[in-house]
Design a protein around this ligand. Structure first.
Ligand code: MG
Length: 160
């Protein structure tokens, strides 16, 4: 009746890229590098949803060799993943996520990220939780070499 999935993603920080997290364009001297907009939060969340419905991962559905996904908003990817999940007969019960970034401060952007995710998945903002943490300057995130995100999702089967 219930299915759980988790997701994890990392992208490298570099100059000359926008920093997009949860579909929000955040002012910062460094942005995340990748084939799409490199939105680690949405990638981790999309992977958690695919994992929960037993549908492999975003690399399988949205390969970075496919020009269709070059520089697209990851909100589109998340929306597609939401359709895969609902197509298999599942509804999202809730999602809990963590962004791991030394900088910038993200607290003021979390409500907008929640709204974006809720809209893309056609669920209520109250079903999404987003946390942000630093690693106390330890490791790649602490050295500001990259940003990571974790997500856990619970799906419920529609006919139960
Ligand atoms: Mg990614």
């Amino acid at each position: 009746m219930f299915r759980i999935g988790n997701g994890y993603d990392v992208h490298r920080l570099k100059e000359g890229r926008r920093l997009i997290l949860g579909g929000v364009d955040i002012p910062h001297p460094l942005g995340l590098d990748g084939h799409s907009d490199a939105d680690v939060l949405l990638h981790a969340l999309a992977d958690a949803i695919l994992g929960a419905c037993g549908a492999r991962d975003i690399g399988a559905h949205f390969p970075d060799t496919d020009p269709r996904w070059k520089d697209v908003s990851s909100l589109l990817i998340l929306k597609e993943v939401g359709k895969i999940s609902s197509g298999r007969g599942y509804s999202i019960a809730n999602a809990d996520t963590i962004i791991v970034a030394e900088k910038p401060k993200l607290a003021s952007h979390l409500p907008a990220m929640k709204m974006n995710i809720a809209a893309a998945l056609d669920i209520a903002a109250a079903q999404i939780n987003i946390k942000a943490t630093t690693t106390e300057k330890l490791g790649f995130a602490g050295r500001e070499e990259g940003i990571a995100a974790y997500a856990v999702v619970l799906l419920s089967e529609n006919n139960h």
